[in-house]
Structures are given as C-alpha cells and as structure tokens.
Ligand binder design. Structure first.
Ligand code: SF4
Length: 458
C-alpha cells in the first residue's frame, strides 16, 4: 500500500515547524551501517533534515543530533553499535541538549524494545524502518516534549513516495524499486524487520530516474532485497528495458538478485543493452545443496550453475560477485569443500563472506552446530585466501586493457589519484584532474592488486 499523499504533505508541514523551532546552524551526524538500502534510507533522512534546517558534520562534539541508521544482519555489528551508542552517554551528560537517535532494522526487532527501555534510556529517539517517513513528526515531538520518543510500527510495510532526498553524490544514485522480502531464508532477519515485499509503481520509478538524468546523474543502482520479483505494474525485465531507454543514464546496475527468480529475459536484456552493466551480484551462500536446503534458499547448485553458465555464454566479460556464509549450523567439512569447489568453478570477481551469526527470531537460531568455532575460522581464512588469489588473477588479466571509468573524485587512499569504477564495478585509480569528476574516461590498466586497478589516462 502507498502512504497517503496527504500524510507526506503533513510531514512536510512538520518539517517547516521543526525548522522554525531550531536555531540556525544546527548540525546532524548520521552514521549509516549495513546495506545499500540503509544508505538509500540515510539519503532520505538527510533530505528531510536539510528541509528542517540541519547541516551535517562528522564530528560528534559539534553535533546537535546524532542518528544511527542501523543494520540487524550480524551480531558483531550489533555489539559494535551498542558500544558506540554507550560511548555517547558521557557526551550527552556534558551536553544535555544533544539528541541521540537510533533507527533502521535494529529497533524494528521486538527483542530490542526492552533493551532500549532498560539500558539505553538516554537515547532520545528510536524508530523502525516502517516509520521512516514519519521522522519529522518523531523529531518534532522529541524537541518539543523533551522526552524520549519510541515509534516502532508493527505493520507489514508500505511504500512512501515524495520524501525529500539528499543524495551523497551527483554522479550515481540509488533508486529503491521495492522494499521488504518474502523469502524467509532461515538465517535472515530482513523479512521480520523490513516486512513483506512491496514494489513501487513503475511510473514513480521512471519519473525519479528521468529527474536524475536531467540533473546530470550518469548511473543508477536499482535496489531491492530481491529485484527479480519486482511487480509494480511491470515485471523486472520490462522495468529494466524502460529504465534503459531513459536518455543520458549511461550505466544501470541492480541488486540483489535471488538465483531462484533471475529470469532468462533479464540475462538477455543485460546482454542486449549497452547501458546495463555487465555486472551481477548473485548470492549463492553455500556450494552444498544440503546447506542450501537448511537455509531455505529454494534452489540447488545445478540450477545456480545453469544461471552462471548462461550469463557467461551471453555476456563473456560479466563480473560476478556473491555472498557466502561459512559455518552455517550443521555445515560439515564436506559441505564446506563443496563451497570451495564452487568458487574455483565460478571464479567470482569478488565475494562477501561471513562466519554465520545467529539472529534471534530466525529459524536457524536454534539449529545445532557440528563444527567448532576454530574450524569455522580456519575455513573462513582458507576461503579468503582462495578467493583473493582468484580476484588477483582476474585483475591481472586486465593489465594492458583499456577500461571505461566513471570518475567519482579523489581516491580515499591516495589523494594524488582520481578514482572511479569500470563497468564491472572495479575500483580504478589514475592520475587526473578534478574537472574529470562525473565524466567517463578511458584508462589503460598498468598495475593491479586484489581489490583495485591502477592505470593511465589515455
Ligand atoms: S532473500 Fe533471503 S537473505 Fe535475502 S533478504 Fe530475503 S530472506 Fe534475507
């Protein structure tokens, strides 16, 4: 269901009220954790905050509002986050006017309610993913009533249009096409914290991308937990075609694709259309059918390899990445070796691999382990070693080639170099001037390491 337009207008009126209440020059620090969906949500938070008169800072000491947009996918990240929030208690004592907020997936979990009430009373604002559009009202209450506001809507989820957005750069943009997930993989909290799948109307998506194109954006990343099951008036293949027809959008990427839903039509369109990047993130999670069944992934390795082979035959230079869970409950050495075999067969460009982290409320939480923590860590290291060697070999094969790079600005690690990404999404460094930012350039690759390419502008 779409949030009523009147409600969005009401929130915009509240933004004006916050602006008149706030002294000029207030700064907010937004800390974004987790996936691209959270980054996209933070751009909306920043858009609303700008309308409410806030500027932005990285420095907690200078901030009037510190907002954590959180992720609930892994336990370690959660521990780190609570460490960071706890460390702000002292700052709050020194500066009682400081507002601290926590939003996103973490507070959306039922189990967190008590934790915030009991141990983090000094946190002023707590709201979940379903309340994002109500942020102005929540902030207004916290400022006016001087007491904590908790707003965790217990709903399946809705779609909201028209929320102001402050994008992090003017070159490439995240565009959410759908929210939530219906898949209930046994390890994952997403369906519980982001609700059931709902798609934006394709006309709203196309309008947003048309506006981005007119504002000079060159690249869009279509976002959803499972973009292949998009159903906002078109299927995903046809949405892709329409986005690809928009003038001046020269690169289109999308994520995440679920292997059970990726259609041949999507692969064909990727192969046909110049502006759809030859890059795909296709999470496999394990190379063992036994594990895939326990994970409730609803495909087997034969099906997965069928897709990989189709992709490679139709798009020979396709850059593939994946997610892998090491040490899922019940994983044996035999299962793990199957995942290693899969890495050797597919030869991904990149993998995002994690040791399994139990998440309360998911079916896998209570599943018994058969492998020691020590063995899981050893396996994890072995896997990284293997993948690093594959990534390096694949990058070495690019030495001497000319890559088209969309320039994003000075490299974060070497301020003498510009950086950008090639079509496959690989980071490329080269010497160049600032006026190249936002342009496509040709770079001849001269050196590589496991994660980046370096070259000369030609
Ligand atoms: S597809 Fe599975 S892993 Fe991905 S968000 Fe949905 S439940 Fe989580």
């Amino acid at each position: 269901m779409k949030i009523d337009e009147k409600e969005i207008i009401r929130q915009k009126e509240i933004m004006d009220k916050v602006k008149t209440k706030n002294p000029a020059g207030l700064l907010c620090k937004i800390v974004t954790l987790g996936c691209q969906q959270n980054e996209s949500d933070s751009e909306k938070l920043a858009g609303m905050l700008t309308k409410m008169g806030y500027g932005f800072t990285e420095d907690s000491e200078n901030a009037s509002l510190i907002l954590f947009n959180t992720c609930a996918v892994r336990e370690n990240a959660e521990k780190k986050l609570f460490g960071k929030i706890g460390a702000l208690k002292l700052l709050k004592e020194k500066n009682p006017d400081l507002l601290i907020g926590v939003c996103g997936c973490l507070p959306q979990q039922k189990v967190m309610e008590e934790k915030f009430k009991k141990s983090y009373k000094f946190v002023d604002i707590v709201f979940g993913t379903h309340s994002l559009y109500r942020f102005p009202e929540i902030l207004y209450k916290a400022i006016s009533d001087h007491k904590a506001v908790r707003d965790i809507a217990d709903i399946e989820g809705e779609v909201s249009e028209g929320i102001p957005t402050l994008r992090s750069n003017g070159i490439k943009a995240y565009v959410s096409i759908m929210y939530g997930c219906n898949n209930f993989c046994s390890y994952c909290v997403v369906p519980y914290v982001r609700g059931r799948e709902r798609s934006r109307d394709y006309r709203d998506i196309l309008q947003e991308i048309n506006e981005l194109s007119k504002s000079g954006y060159k690249e869009v990343m279509l976002l959803g937990q499972n973009v292949n099951s998009y159903s906002g008036g078109l299927d995903f293949a046809n949405l892709l075609k329409k986005v690809s027809d928009i003038e001046d959008i020269e690169r289109i990427r999308f994520m995440t694709s679920h292997p059970k839903d990726l259609s041949d039509e999507v692969i064909d369109i990727m192969a046909e259309r110049e502006n759809i990047c030859n890059q795909l993130h296709l999470p496999v999670q394990s190379g063992s059918d036994r594990m895939l069944e326990k994970m409730n992934r609803r495909y087997d390795i034969e099906h997965y390899m069928g897709i990989v082979n189709k992709l490679k035959s139709k798009i020979p230079d396709v850059a593939l990445s994946t997610d892998i869970i090491v040490g899922f409950p019940g994983e044996t050495m035999e299962d793990f070796e199957k995942t290693m075999e899969l890495l050797k067969k597919v030869r991904y460009d990149t993998i995002y691999s994690f040791i399994y982290s139990r998440r309360y409320g998911t079916p896998a939480y209570d599943m018994p382990d058969v492998m020691s923590e020590e063995d899981k860590h050893k396996n994890f290291e072995r896997m990284l070693e293997l993948q690093n060697s594959i990534s390096l070999e694949k990058n070495k094969a690019l030495v001497g080639t000319v890559q088209t790079v969309l320039v994003e600005g000075l490299s974060k690690t070497n301020k003498l170099m510009q950086s950008g990404r090639n079509e496959g999404g690989k980071l490329v460094h080269f010497k160049g001037t600032n006026d190249l930012v936002g342009k496509f350039v040709s770079v001849k690759i001269t050196e590589v390491n496991t994660w980046t390419l370096t070259g000369e502008l030609i």
